[in-house]
Ligand binder design. Structure first.
Ligand code: ATP
Length: 321
């Protein structure tokens, strides 16, 4: 359903050249839900905007829903739905009116537009909100409307840019239910971007991790999680360099990372690694002020596959207009 080879996009700003996407290859089969996961500024939105014909690629090729992205952009647009990060409806528009307007923009005749809008209002539980202006909707209601708008023309592929960003946990779970149901009932292909590993885990058949414009890991959520199996040990003390060196020598220790005030690393089992660590530190007379063992968090997954922490993340370039 989506086949991409060498897709790249370079932005030229007054101050810098930004290679936002640096040669991405990916394939999405019909009926798959694929998550595009990565920290801020990794290149997710830029890739999505290229695949939805909103942005011209600097290099590479792609076929989306059976049409060539560069040669047949209008045909691609007819077969895809796109829900952007901020949604796309006017704040003063009313819920039902907005849906009808979108249906008419997609050239559905009056009758078909009415039927389609009724169907979508029902599916996304928007009936009670029909006459509300979109500016008065809660975050979760607004996302349901955005999804309905993205589906008005019954697209073969739905692109979602961070569908649950800034939603409370309950609204996030509702959005996930809707996406799952779309996929199960209509065999819809869904390509979504997210910051959240739990979202990818709950929703996606497959996950692609992008960092610095390149895909750095791909697999099912279970496969990705296996890559960060084991426990994470975090130790602190006055001699961090010595701690890191000793940690690196423990059996099975991986991904030793020194932060400003601690050393973090992964081991197959925390309970067996700790006595070994204590003995080694004792022998080398390296003092320890604290030690913690925990299961890998979202941050550890990012650390393992991208080599940096989500928490330290910052946009790398100022956006031009
Ligand atoms: N119009 C633009 N001009 C210059 N640089 C840009 C432009 N759009 C994006 N960038 C840069 O390209 C890189 C990738 O941005 P992109 O928005 O694709 O990342 P992202 O993974 O979607 O991030 P986020 O999760 O924050 O939305 C960033 O360094 C960003 O600053």
């Amino acid at each position: 359903m989506i086949h991409v080879r060498g897709l790249a996009r370079r932005f030229q700003t007054r101050r810098a050249t930004v290679d936002a996407v640096r040669g991405v290859d990916l394939d999405v089969a019909a009926g798959e839900i694929v998550g595009f996961l990565g920290p801020n500024g990794a290149g997710k939105t830029t890739t999505l905007r290229m695949l939805t014909t909103l942005l011209e690629p600097s290099a590479g090729s792609a076929e989306v829903a059976g049409h060539d992205l560069r040669r047949e952009p209008a045909a691609v647009r007819r077969r895809i739905g796109y829900v952007a990060q901020g949604g796309g409806c006017s704040p003063q528009g009313r819920v039902r009116e907005e849906l009808v307007l979108q249906a008419r923009l997609h050239r559905l005749d009056r009758d078909r537009a009415r039927r389609r809008v009724d169907e979508l209002m029902d599916r996304f539980a928007l009936g009670d909100l029909a006459d509300r202006t979109t500016a008065t909707l809660s975050g979760g209601q607004r996302r349901r409307l955005d999804l309905a708008i993205g589906l008005v023309h019954d697209p073969a592929v739905l692109f979602l840019d961070e569908p649950t960003a800034a939603l409370d946990p309950q609204s996030r779970a509702h959005v996930w239910d809707h996406v799952r149901a779309l996929n199960a009932d209509h065999h819809a292909t869904v390509f979504l971007t997210t910051h959240y590993l739990d979202e990818a885990d709950a929703l996606c058949d497959r996950v692609l991790v992008i960092d610095h414009g390149r895909i750095v890991a791909a697999g099912t959520p279970a496969e990705l999680k296996r890559q960060v199996s084991g426990d994470v040990v975090e130790v602190a003390g006055p001699r961090l360099a010595a701690l890191a060196e000793i940690a690196g020598r423990l059996r099975g220790a991986r991904d030793v990372a020194t932060t400003a005030d601690s050393v973090r690393f992964r081991v197959p089992r925390g309970d067996t690694a700790l006595p070994e660590l204590m003995r080694a530190l004792d022998q080398a007379s390296v003092p320890l002020t604290s030690v913690q063992v925990h299961h890998p968090t979202l941050d550890d997954v990012f650390l393992a596959v991208t080599g940096r922490s989500l928490r330290d993340d910052a946009p790398e370039a100022t956006r031009a207009a």
